[in-house]
Design a protein around this ligand. Structure first.
Ligand SMILES: C[S@@+](CC[C@H](N)C(=O)[O-])C[C@H]1O[C@@H](n2cnc3c(N)ncnc32)[C@H](O)[C@@H]1O
Length: 239
């Protein structure tokens, strides 16, 4: 008789947020994702979330069909446009701190015809908790580091998000070590299961892989694990 695994029934597997379940879904979703990005003009050289990284978010979040996706950190709107096109049935609420910048103007121009996007300005640490609804998916790409973890925890402890993704968790960084120690259910975008999907980026930016500079996502699936005193203190002193 096969061993029972809570991840193994078709229904739980479908909604499971583990690296292996997401990689399995990704294989099936790859053709439709390729079609989505083929209709978006590449914008290499300005940074932002890579197509392969957004594919990880897509494969993880799509089965939850969130009514709303909250994005923190829009810059030129590359990730916002990908979200808008990947999730046409979702409302994308995108919050950016810097209103007076060329990036803000570029994002507004890029997104002006996307009917499912709300462009907000302000500090997402205030705005996201106010806008959060049950079942929302979250993408945080600014603030960074421990401020991002603190925001993710604030949102997760409401019990409302279906998934929280945070960008910029490279190996050996303090923020990554913190998550590795305290979130046993987290997984990262540089898991070997996902690396083949970086082929998607070759089509978008011909620079060699070594020059592309991946930020690396962490996925923090609910529920929020219990945090001990030391990690709580570490976050308490994060401003
Ligand atoms: C790396 S950029 C985002 C790139 C964008 N996600 C993309 O893929 O094109 C980070 C952005 O986060 C914004 N940011 C930083 N802290 C923020 C905060 N507390 N609330 C909202 N936006 C913030 C910065 O102003 C910056 O534009």
């Amino acid at each position: 008789m096969p061993a029972f695994s809570p991840d193994s029934s078709p229904v739980t597997r479908h909604l499971s947020l583990t690296a292996s379940a997401v990689a399995e879904r990704a294989e099936q979703l790859l053709p439709e994702y390729r079609q989505i990005i083929a209709n978006i003009a590449p914008e290499a050289g300005f940074g932002g979330i890579w197509e392969s990284e957004m594919f990880l978010f897509y494969a993880a979040v799509k089965p939850f069909a969130p009514k709303q996706i909250l994005e923190s950190g829009r810059a030129r709107g590359k990730s916002t446009l990908l979200l808008a096109r990947c999730f046409p049935q979702s409302q994308i609420v995108s919050v950016e701190y810097e209103r007076e910048s060329n990036n803000a103007l570029a994002a507004e121009a890029k997104l002006k015809n996307e009917s499912n996007v709300d462009l907000l300005y302000g500090d997402s640490r205030q705005i996201l908790p106010e806008r959060l609804e049950a079942g929302d998916a979250i993408l945080i790409d600014g603030p960074k580091d421990f401020r991002a973890i603190k925001l993710a925890i604030d949102l997760l402890q409401t019990g409302k998000p279906c998934a929280v993704f945070v960008h910029d968790f490279p190996p050996n960084s303090p923020q990554r070590k913190f998550v590795e120690h305290n979130f046993s259910n987290a997984f990262f975008g540089d898991d070997p299961l996902f690396l083949d999907f970086r082929e998607l980026d070759v089509e978008r930016d011909p620079r060699p892989h070594s020059q592309r500079g991946y930020g690396i996502f962490v996925c923090l699936p609910p529920p929020l694990p219990p945090l001990g005193l030391r990690p709580r203190l570490r976050l308490f002193f994060t401003t």
